[in-house]
Every structure is written in structure tokens, then in C-alpha cells.
Ligand binder design. Sequence first.
Ligand SMILES: Cc1cc2nc3c(=O)[nH]c(=O)nc-3n(C[C@H](O)[C@H](O)[C@H](O)COP(=O)(O)OP(=O)(O)OC[C@H]3O[C@@H](n4cnc5c(N)ncnc54)[C@H](O)[C@@H]3O)c2cc1C
Length: 447
Amino acid sequence: MREAELYGWGMYPRARCRVIQPETTAEVAAGVERGGIARGLGRSYGDPAMTRAGLVLDMTGMNRVVSFDPETGLLTCEAGVSLEQIINAFAPRGWFPPITPGTKYVTLGGCVANDIHGKAHRSAGCFARCVTALTVLLADGRVLRATRSEHAELFWACFGGLGLLGVILEVTLRLRRIETTYFHQRAITVRDLGELLEAFDRFADQPYSVAWIDPLATGAALGRGVLTVGDHAARDALTGRLRADPLRITPPPRLEVPFDMPGWALNEATIRVLNVVLGTMQARAGALAHYEKFLFPLDFIGQWNRGYGRRGFTQYQFVIPLEDGAARMRALLELIARSGQSPFLNVLKKFGPEDPRTQLSFPREGYTFAIDFPVRPGLPELLQRLDARVLDAGGRIYLGKDAFVAPETLAAMYPKLDEWRAIKARYDPEQRLRSCLSDRVGLTARA
Ligand SMILES: Cc1cc2nc3c(=O)[nH]c(=O)nc-3n(C[C@H](O)[C@H](O)[C@H](O)COP(=O)(O)OP(=O)(O)OC[C@H]3O[C@@H](n4cnc5c(N)ncnc54)[C@H](O)[C@@H]3O)c2cc1C
């Protein structure tokens, strides 16, 4: 066991925790008995994978592949296996995870616990869609296999359940067949929000779509940016050097941010410059992109979160329904652009319908926007104002990114919260499984 100061990707908030790295089910069970909460690769932005009261179970030591069926693509792994490990092992054989977030440095357990979504939510749904079975160690030490038909309520409640129903030991998921590790892509430059939302519809036949906008543009230019759409490239689409090695996985060279940047490094002037650079890079992207560039562009720079300085940052991600979505999004973007809070990296996507069987899974049909803000005075007040507008629009925020939401706001955003709480009470009546986040937002009663 070691003591460490833990934090999420946003480096805010921080807590001193006791950490163990179990390698067997018995070690996980002993950790849960002592109030342990699971942690994957710590890529959630806030505080779901840390606890002040008990232990943190670093699940990355549980990283074995259990079985793989090359006929169906059905893969069973321990929950500490990362998407990077899966891609490195299976992409060269023509298989790929069907749903990936914006980084490959996430574990399967983390993907389930936040029911992660990618750039293809409209066609592929959330992570739950590709998972067929979970093995879960409950708070009382029992181990259950949960599927769509066996312990189904436990199965569904785990997606978005933030590790609070049990520690996931194994995940069975269906990989998708690919002919190449490349994507064909197209970049569409848009002058304003209206053009952007219209472009999402015009390119609706493209499974992957994601937009970046200039976060400081206001008025008529509000929402100007670049929409990138694409899909897995077939072998025929490759020529020359690429065709000779269509399933290449060699990761690109990584740059590292070796220290926390000073807090002043991100100010309005540097943000304007960096956004011009980002916009130009995206608008000029070629017709074919390796998956590393298409799916995980931020992974090129290791520890890029340190660029925000030691005070850290938060990523505010919300989704609002399509109905009245353009006007609501305009008002939210205006508020952000005029806030003086140095908004930076951002993505705008369009989600397909939500899965009605989950309770706390974030995506629902509508427009979703995610934006980084450095933590500084005035930010909590801005986020409260944004929360109120998101709520008023019938939307909600993503707990996988959150560090600030108030319990009553969260409850109003997630109408199935009581249903989820009832399931939690059946599987963990003593509320043994808890985290800083669950206590903060009222998913567990404060100890
Ligand atoms: C650059 C970047 C881009 C991202 N892009 C996206 C995106 O496009 N879409 C998206 O949905 N998310 C995105 N995320 C968020 C990220 O995908 C999720 O937060 C994911 O859950 C992180 O996985 P992890 O292994 O790091 O889990 P952690 O952050 O360590 O933990 C997250 C939650 O999972 C629980 N958990 C972890 N392992 C287990 C286990 N074995 N059993 C039970 N519970 C467990 C923890 O208790 C915690 O509640 C992004 C994050 C970053 C840093």
C-alpha cells in the first residue's frame, strides 16, 4: 500500500489517498472490504476515482486477456486492460474497439463506469452497446456475472454507475472488423453555428463526426469552426506505402509536457493564437488519417493537462435536446465566450438516442459541447449559470468530466436517479462503495 496525492485528468480537486494495486480477485475483495473504490487510468477529469475515507484500488494490475474468439470478435479481458492494449494486440489482426473516447489511455472498467461515447454515437451508441457481459465483485464480496438476461438490472446500472455498484473484474465486448487502421475524412469549414448544425445533418451518413469551434467568436461569427466527418477506410482506399501495411499500429512519437506550466500561460492572447493554429490544422487535414490522428489527436502530447498549470482545469460537458437546440446552444456559447474565463479546447457533437435501460449514462439525443476552463476565481459561478441554462433546456452534464455540480442540480438533470439509487441500495445497502464524487454530488450520503 502507498499513500499518494490523487487527482483526475483536470488535476482538480486533489486528495491524499491510500492506494493498493490488486492483481487477484481475493485482493480486490479485501480492498472492497476496507472501503475501496476502483480506479482505472485516472482519465476522468474530476474526482470519481478517489476517496478520502477508504482505499483506492488501482485496477491496472488486473490486465490479462481471458479469451478471444476470432470468428465473432468476442473478447473477454480483465477490467484493467486499456483500449491502447486492445488496439495494439488486435488491430494488426483486423479488429478494433467499436466505441472509443478521445484518448486510448482508458481502462475497460472506466469505459463501463462512465458508459463512454465517441465520435460515432449517432451510429454506434455508447460503450454499453458493445458489451455483452460483466463480472462484478459486489460490496459484500459476492462475484456475479451480469448480462442482458442474467442480473440485468445490475448490468445496466453499471453503465454510468461510476464504480459504485461493485468492482468490475472482467468485461466481455464485441470488437468490430476493420480492413485498415486508417480513416477517410473530410473537413468542412463553417462560418457560424447555423452552418455547423446544418453540416451535421448534411453529413449524417458519415458515422464519425466531431466539430471544433472558435470559443472566443461572438455575434455573427459565433460557432465558426471546422466539422470533421469520416469512417474506417477500406483496403481499396489505400495506395502505395499505406496499402503495403494497412493495419499499421506503430504509435506516433510522443511529446511530453514535463512540468506544470505557470498559470498565466493560458490567457486570452495565447488562447486566440492557439485556436487559430488548431482551426488551420483541422481545416487542412488530408483525406486519409491514421486512427491515432483521427481518434486520439490529443494523445500525441503526453500529460498535456499540465499545460493548464498546477491549479488545474475542468472540462464542462453538457448535452441539450435537439428541440430548440440551436437557440439554446447559441445562448450557452455566448455566455461562455463573454465569460472572461479563458475557454480553450472544445468539441461539439451530435448524439443519437439514449439507451432507455441505463439510468446515469450521460448521452441522450441532442447536441453536446465540451470545453476546458482553467480553475480560477469566478469559474464556479459561471458553471452554476451554465448548469441552470442546461437544465432549463432539458439537458444534463457529464459526471465523467465534472468537478463542481451541486447535488440538487444533478438530481434535476437525471430523472432516473432514484431508480439507480434503489438498485444501489439492493446491491450495496451499507453504501460501502463510495468516492469523493459520489459524496459530493449526493450519489451516496456523506459518511
Ligand atoms: C483526453 C481525454 C478525452 C476524453 N474523451 C472522452 C470522450 O470522447 N467520451 C467520453 O465518454 N469520455 C471521454 N473522456 C473521459 C474518459 O473516457 C472517462 O472518464 C473514462 O471513464 C476514463 O477511464 P479510466 O480508466 O481512466 O477511469 P478512471 O478515470 O480512473 O475512473 C473513472 C470511473 O470508473 C470507475 N472504475 C474504473 N475502473 C473500474 C472497475 N474495474 N470497476 C468499477 N469501476 C471502475 C472509477 O471508480 C470511476 O468512477 C476523455 C478523457 C480524456 C482525458
